[in-house]
Design a protein. Structure first.
Length: 631
């Protein structure tokens, strides 16, 4: 197998096949190439078959890429390659070991699991106003990740909260068992318990895992690490590739100490190799990223050397408001696209929270810049936002068919699917004409006719009048109250996020503070964009978390201010938050050629303008602001 294209550190990592191996690979150092080449080399040298080599990562997309690249290097299409995610591996093991049922294991999605927990909380008469549904779910998932069951949940100390959560945890597990189902966290927990208790099963899967290669090791949780230790227990050929500088998922169970110290403590004989050659970033971008991460002393980032030469300086720019920030982003992307002929897909706008992306989305729609919101539905496509905008459209034009069809039974008001089909009469949408004539139709049930009359009266009389008397934010409040839509959204299992989106729409409408401005607000949103904007192409808008692993020619990082990055929630301990610093490093290291760091001096929050100070991570860069013209 020809390894001449690899640099010395990559080649050493590929050819060191026996025993535990830790590869520290910062951003842009070719870690995926190294990992896949190592897997192919092991097979090529006859050390393992493709079926006794296990290659693990964290997302289906990443697993598919690893599989495809491994197939290319092996130069043949091999069925049954053991390439996948931790959860898919556990699912396969649990399914294979099921002896009490021929049916496949039922795994609840995150939303389904939340609904099940919500049912349990209602059965226990737990008030949602006092307890956060997602907070309880996270507590249970963290317990499972620590391999702690309901009976051991309160072992760390008894208080009202832990005992209450333990009770909900116990009933939740009983409900899952009664349904013959598991959630995602159960997959790992139950697999570990199986391997610990069943010696025959453990021996079999150890034989199927003679060589184990793990990508993104910094994202590994305690449960996943325990699983790796069990599977590699016989042969000890555990290779972990990762970057402590990019450990940004502690909130979902990842433990950075596993890559920083635990692996080396448990495997003192392990070889440690650092990939130092950076192939992605220009020297100015690499230098800026290293400046951010330097206080943490992570060798995977600080020992990097750029392969590229030259490059333009990183632009650090202060803007007055977050709206001016969004406008600058749009203008600069348009300018660079024309000047450099850079494809839309090679631009990315990164931010700490999804909320920050709303202003950019709005400007992009107005300027007709195509975009994709990575890992999420665009703000204006969220159910609750689309519903409320439909209500606003109907306030201006009660006959708007698309808007009417969307909200006719939102929230549920007794006009169900059967009635809607009767009203459409073969047409694609319900019309106001159909509603007005519904009271004369005997084929429509009486309760549905009454609901239709009530809705028609609300739209034609009340809402039409109120849009002339109220400003858009006040009109939204009126709609939320009069239709019970606000309560309906809050009662949803994802109610916290949906209600936060509703507040975001109100904040977006805040500048339109005079009665009768609803039509102007809708016009300025420019929401009748071409259908191609729904395609997944164009400029990438993304949180930094979603952007990890991606790279772009030009990256603009917005919201580089204290309270945003680092985030206010993690500043409450009055210490420099290490994970926020790593998150900033990830943001900076996505850019290949050009980088912009923007901080707004003020932003609108809760209807008031809040003064913001530049992020601590810009220290040492701010002096460059006057020296480098963005034009």
């Amino acid at each position: 197998m020809n390894l001449s294209s690899l640099n010395p550190q990559q080649r050493e990592a590929v050819t060191h096949t026996e025993g535990p191996l830790l590869i520290l690979a910062g951003a842009g150092t070719g870690k995926t190439r190294t990992l896949v080449t190592r897997a192919a080399y092991i097979v090529d040298q006859g050390l393992a078959s493709p079926h006794t080599l296990l290659l693990l990562t964290f997302t289906r997309k990443a697993a598919a890429e690893l599989r495809e690249r491994l197939q290319e290097l092996l130069e043949e299409d091999i069925e049954g390659l053991n390439v996948g995610t931790f959860h898919s591996l556990c699912y396969r093991i649990l399914n294979a070991e099921r002896r009490d049922s021929a049916d496949p294991l039922k795994v609840l999605s995150e939303t389904q699991a939340l609904r099940k927990l919500d049912q349990v909380m209602k059965q226990l008469n737990v008030k949602k106003g006092r307890w956060s549904l997602k907070g309880i779910a996270q507590a249970i998932n963290r317990a499972k990740d620590r391999l702690v069951g309901p009976e051991g949940f309160v072992s760390g100390g008894r208080d009202f909260y832990t005992e209450a959560v333990a009770e909900m945890y116990r009933h939740y597990q009983e409900a899952l068992q009664a349904e013959g189902a598991v959630d995602f966290a159960d997959l790992q927990w139950l697999t570990i318990r199986l391997l610990e208790q069943d010696e025959e099963a453990r021996a079999f899967y150890q034989e199927m895992s003679r060589y184990i290669l793990v990508d993104e090791f910094q994202d590994t949780s305690a449960a996943q690490y325990r699983l790796l230790e069990l599977l590699s227990g016989k042969y000890g050929n555990l290779c972990c590739v990762g970057s402590p500088s990019q450990a940004i998922y502690s909130w979902r169970g990842a433990d950075v100490e596993l890559i920083l110290s635990r692996f080396r403590e448990d495997h003192p004989e392990a070889r440690v190799i650092i990939l130092q050659k950076n192939y992605r970033n220009t020297p100015p971008i690499l230098s800026a990223a290293q400046r951010v991460i330097r206080p943490l002393g992570y060798e995977d980032a600080l020992l990097q050397e750029p392969e590229k030469e030259g490059g333009v300086e990183v632009v650090v720019r202060r803007v007055q408001t977050d709206r001016e920030e969004a406008a600058f982003v749009a203008e600069e992307i348009l300018r660079l696209r024309e000047a450099l002929d850079t494809p839309w897909s090679q631009f990315a706008v990164l931010f700490r929270t999804n909320r920050q992306g709303r202003a950019v989305e709005r400007v992009f729609l107005q300027r007709e810049i195509p975009y994709t919101l990575a890992g999420a539905t665009t703000f204006f496509r969220q159910m609750e936002i689309a519903d409320l905008l439909a209500y606003l459209r109907l306030a201006v034009d009660p006959t708007h068919p698309g808007a009417l069809d969307r909200i006719i039974n939102k929230p549920p008001r007794g006009i169900g699917p059967v009635t809607c089909e009767q009203l459409r009469e073969g047409n694609p949408q319900v019309t106001m004409e159909a509603l007005l004539s519904a009271c004369e139709r005997e084929d429509i049930r009486a309760p549905a006719r009454e609901a239709i009359q009530k809705l028609t009266r609300f739209l034609y009389q009340e809402l039409w009048q109120k849009q002339q008397e109220l400003s858009p934010p006040d009109l939204l409040d009126y709609i939320l109250t009069q239709t019970d839509y606000g309560q309906w959204v809050r009662d949803d299992v994802e109610g916290e996020e949906r209600w936060a989106n509703v507040q975001g729409l109100k904040e977006m409408a805040a500048p339109y503070d005079r009665p009768g401005q609803t039509a102007e607000f809708l016009q300025d949103l420019s929401l009748d964009w071409d259908a191609t904007f729904e395609d997944r192409w164009g400029v990438t808008l993304s949180t930094v978390h979603q952007a990890k692993g991606l790279e772009f020619e030009v990256v603009l990082v917005i919201g580089m201010a204290e309270g945003i990055l680092p985030h206010a929630k993690v500043l409450r301990n009055n210490r420099d938050p290490e994970e926020e610093r790593r998150l900033c490093y990830v943001a900076l290291s996505r850019a290949k050629e050009r980088e912009y760091l923007l901080w707004p001096a003020s932003r609108l929050s809760g209807g008031e303008w809040v003064t913001q100070h530049p992020s601590r991570y810009l220290e040492g860069m701010l002096r460059k602001e006057k020296k480098h013209d963005t034009r």
